[in-house]
Ligand binder design. Structure first.
Ligand code: FA5
Length: 347
């Protein structure tokens, strides 16, 4: 019986050497460990032996059975991995040298202009801040010196959330947060911040009004800021964006959060000032309202208005992009029409 066990072991090892596939392995498993297999057969013959022999031989045959089970299991795992890798190499072939068939995306025209202005203002020492789109009523109105029931609220109707917050109507909504974040500037220093953002208004949509549009607010606070500073920064901004002379006009304008306030209009770049649907036949487009920050707004932001002055402007970024790229209708920007939007890549 001992020799028979030894022979079985050698025979198993020989057969295993030739195994390449899982089906062959399964056939070997059945032929050794199956109900009518070679190992099972010897086990059945144990009862023919006397008790001492049965105990010794039984131990040996069990060792062989465990060994065969272990080798078959391990080989099964190896074959499975090998087959998986073979399938992969047949089906998933990559050639990294083939040029991509996907066309590259482009920046949205508003993003291009936004980045351009940010770059200019960064070189002049401005910090860039990101105002939230959902704001409290306080930040959007009260902190901008527009108390409840003030008629100026009518001009900026917006979308209110169930929790009482709202979608901000102007980038001015971030002024209070920014003043509190940075505080008053030190002696002979100024606080200069630029904060672009998406704004929302319940608006009748036409060629130059959207319900969702972008503004970019600029703010400078110090001990000695005057209207001369506003005019300087407006000029730099427009000449860098347009890279050519553009006609502008400055006129008094009312905003509760500035005193005095101005409206800077740009000569319509679509019709050259003749009058067209884009400028509603006016020849001019409201672009860049600005003014000296109202003392109430400074005080509410924790900055002593007795000691500090500041200017703020609220550039209509979407309108600026319209004028720069001579886009006649504001609705193009939110249209998702790639044929139009991707034209501005290099301009
Ligand atoms: C304001 O929103 C003020 N917060 C701007 C400001 C800031 C003034 C700081 C003084 C100091 P106004 O509502 O005019 O102002 O909007 C500013 C600019 O945003 C407009 O000149 C215009 O270019 C743009 N704008 C306003 N409403 C729309 C709209 N519905 N669609 C597209 N652009 C708009």
């Amino acid at each position: 019986m001992k020799e028979k066990i030894q022979m079985l072991k050698i025979q198993f090892q020989e057969e295993m050497k030739a195994v390449e596939k899982k089906e062959e392995l399964e056939r070997i498993r059945i032929s050794y460990l199956g109900k009518k297999g070679k190992v099972t057969d010897i086990l059945n013959k144990l009862k023919e032996l006397n008790p001492d022999e049965r105990r010794l031989t039984g131990k040996e045959i069990n060792l062989l059975k465990n060994e065969i089970t272990r080798i078959i299991d391990e080989t099964g795992k190896i074959l499975e991995e090998r087959e998986f890798e073979e399938t992969l190499s047949k089906t998933e072939k990559y050639d990294f040298t083939i040029p991509s068939l996907l066309t590259q995306g482009t920046l949205h025209p508003i993003t291009i202009v936004q980045k351009q202005i940010e770059d200019i203002f960064k070189t002049m020492g401005f910090i860039i801040e990101d105002g939230l789109e959902i704001q409290t009523e306080f930040n959007n109105f009260e902190a901008a010196n527009i108390p409840k029931n003030h008629p100026a609220r009518d001009m900026q109707d917006t979308y209110y959330l169930e929790n009482g917050q709202l979608l901000k109507t102007h980038t001015t909504a971030a002024q209070n947060y920014i003043m509190r974040k940075y505080g008053a500037p030190g002696k002979d220093e100024t606080l200069k911040v630029l904060f672009p953002g998406r704004c929302f208004r319940n608006e009748n949509i036409d060629a130059c009004h959207e319900n969702t549009f972008f503004q970019m607010e600029g703010m400078m606070i110090g001990e000695d800021i005057s209207i001369a500073n506003i005019i300087y920064f407006m000029k730099v901004l427009l000449s860098e964006v347009f890279k050519r002379e553009v006609k502008v006009r400055l006129r008094p304008g009312f905003f509760p959060f500035v005193e005095p306030g101005f409206e800077l209009d740009i000569n319509c770049q679509i019709c050259g000032g003749e009058g067209c649907p884009t400028c509603k036949q006016a020849g001019w487009l409201e672009l860049l309202p600005c003014g000296m920050i109202h003392p109430n707004v400074l005080n509410m932001g924790g900055i002593d208005a007795e000691h500090y002055t500041g200017f703020a402007f609220g550039l209509g970024l979407t309108r600026l992009a319209m004028m720069k790229y001579e886009i006649k209708d504001i609705r193009v920007f939110n249209s998702g029409n790639l044929r139009i939007l991707r034209q501005f890549k290099d301009r």
